[in-house]
Design a protein around this ligand. Structure first.
Ligand SMILES: Nc1ncnc2c1ncn2[C@@H]1O[C@H](COP(=O)(O)OP(=O)(O)OP(=O)(O)O)[C@@H](O)[C@H]1O
Ligand SMILES: [Mg+2]
Length: 252
């Protein structure tokens, strides 16, 4: 059984079919990258899987059960997490508090619930927060205010926040966008390291082909919402349909 499976997954925005009949199966422990020209539907695919968007047709299952009608926080609780979203850090709180809040939110779903009622779970929240900070190498800076961290450490904290819910599947949408080559290399190293340490399955959307080739076991190529090629980095690179899609589109 695949960890994540989409079956005929389709999303239309009015007349535009952004994701068109996509069948995808990600096995546990695998790292797959979704690539494709601008507007191919990559971010929409991630938004469907994380339940930020409702599908128009098809199904999504995680660990064998449909998540098609789940709330976003329910998907997080089942083990799907998304990283490198700019708004995930509370700048004025410490590194450790940021990780604790992420762990607490994953456990209780949302802040609408009363924090204090769950006081007896603080031990577990602490444990998760520390484990996460350890995994991303920030345990030593746990008392620093998040806003005082250097850029690279902020990225580490963003990843840590995503990992505090103990995900099985980590989704990343262009994690190295806007990074220098050094920052990109550091991010790749960090992702590979936490993947090993925490047994993660990874779905990466990325334009930087060097990152894609470094991180992925398998690549899925989307063009105008449809999967046009799938295979190892070598197979995909030599595929004439892929070359044409990139030449015909506007590469970013
Ligand atoms: N909320 C929305 N409403 C209407 N159209 C949308 C919406 N979100 C995305 N689209 C359209 O769906 C198509 C796919 O967009 P998407 O953002 O998924 O592409 P992408 O592959 O992530 O592109 P990029 O590489 O530029 O990030 C595009 O034509 C886009 O304009
Ligand atoms: Mg996108």
């Amino acid at each position: 059984m695949a960890l994540l499976e989409t079956d005929g997954l389709t999303k239309s925005f009015g007349g535009l079919v952004a994701v068109d009949d996509v069948d995808l199966a990600i096995e546990e422990g695998e790292s797959i990258s979704v690539i494709g020209p601008n507007g191919a539907g990559k971010s929409t695919l991630i938004n469907l899987v994380t339940r930020m968007l409702d599908a128009s047709e098809g199904d999504i299952s995680f660990k064998g059960d449909s998540i098609l009608h789940d709330e976003p926080h329910e998907v997080v609780q089942k083990g799907v997490s998304r990283s490198f979203q700019t708004a995930s850090i509370f700048p004025e709180l410490s590194v450790e508090e940021n990780a604790q809040i992420a762990a607490l939110a994953a456990e209780h779903g949302s802040f609408k619930l009363n924090f204090l009622r769950h006081r007896n779970n603080y031990g577990e929240v602490d444990r998760l927060a520390r484990r996460t900070l350890d995994a991303v190498g920030l345990l030593g800076q746990r008392d620093v205010a998040a806003e005082d961290l250097p850029y690279g450490d902020k990225r580490r904290l963003e990843l840590g926040i995503a990992l505090a819910s103990e995900p099985d599947l980590l989704l990343m949408d262009e994690p190295t966008a806007g990074m220098s080559p050094e920052e990109t290399a550091d991010t790749v190293k960090l992702v590979e390291q936490v993947k090993e340490e925490l047994d993660l399955t990874i779905l990466l959307v990325e334009h930087d082909m060097e990152v894609v080739f470094n991180v992925s076991d398998r690549i899925v190529v989307l063009n105008r919402g449809s999967v046009i090629a799938e295979g190892s980095p070598e197979e995909v690179q030599g595929d004439p349909d892929v070359q044409e899609a990139y030449l015909g589109g506007v590469e970013g």
